[in-house]
Design a protein around this ligand. Structure first.
Ligand SMILES: C[S@@+](CC[C@H](N)C(=O)[O-])C[C@H]1O[C@@H](n2cnc3c(N)ncnc32)[C@H](O)[C@@H]1O
Length: 187
């Protein structure tokens, strides 16, 4: 934990990440606002760009990250509760959230806990790196941090998939990397 926290604190200080909320999240706001209550969990929230967007639209947001530096950037909204924790071991409260965000972070062991953390009809939004269909990883990111083709559909097979789209982004280092944007609703 301590080593990862230091590594991420350094990254957040040396290479500040964008503060604009995700396009995917913005486009799903009308759907999220129809949910009966407004409790959200932002997994590996970073500077809180997405937590702040939800908080500005009335959501109470639990925002979890291992980096205190990142959390200091998220903490300035009364509806955001920051939680400094290692998501290798942190487990969210079951049946508590209407919305769970998982952006640019991958810990497969968390997926079952995300599923139980969502209430019935709760919505899961994810965007992160994915391999090519033939399993090729064109990026510099280590294999275990990249989704396999079809993995989300299999893992969230009991959910209704509301949106699924792949595209490419240019990373800071200039490389092109494939990403998936995925939204699914618990039954
Ligand atoms: C690429 S950033 C994404 C931040 C945010 N989700 C976004 O899209 O802007 C990855 C985040 O994961 C956090 N992180 C990395 N390993 C973690 C762990 N084991 N537990 C909790 N947070 C972790 C980092 O501190 C960093 O803020």
């Amino acid at each position: 934990m301590q080593e990862d926290a230091l590594k991420w604190n350094k990254k957040h200080l040396e290479h500040p990440m964008p503060h604009t909320p995700s396009d995917l999240l913005q486009s799903f706001l009308p759907t999220l606002l129809q949910l009966p209550s407004k409790y959200a969990l932002d997994i590996a929230c970073g500077n809180g760009r997405n937590s702040k967007f939800l908080a500005q639209h009335g959501f109470v947001c639990d925002s979890v990250d291992i980096s205190e530096v990142a959390l200091q950037m998220s903490a300035n909204h009364p509806k955001i509760h920051t939680i400094c924790a290692d998501l290798d071991t942190y487990r969210p409260t079951p049946n508590h959230y209407d919305v769970v965000l998982n952006f640019y972070f991958l810990n497969r062991d968390l997926f079952p806990f995300i599923q139980t953390a969502l209430k019935s009809k709760g919505i899961f939004l994810l965007e992160t790196f994915i391999k090519e269909e033939d399993g090729f990883n064109s990026s510099q990111i280590i294999d275990e941090k990249i989704l396999n083709h079809g993995e989300l559909e299999h893992t969230f097979k009991d959910f209704e998939i509301l949106h699924k789209h792949t595209s490419y982004i240019t990373r800071r280092e200039g490389e092109q990397a494939k990403i998936i944007s995925f939204v699914a609703q618990k039954s």
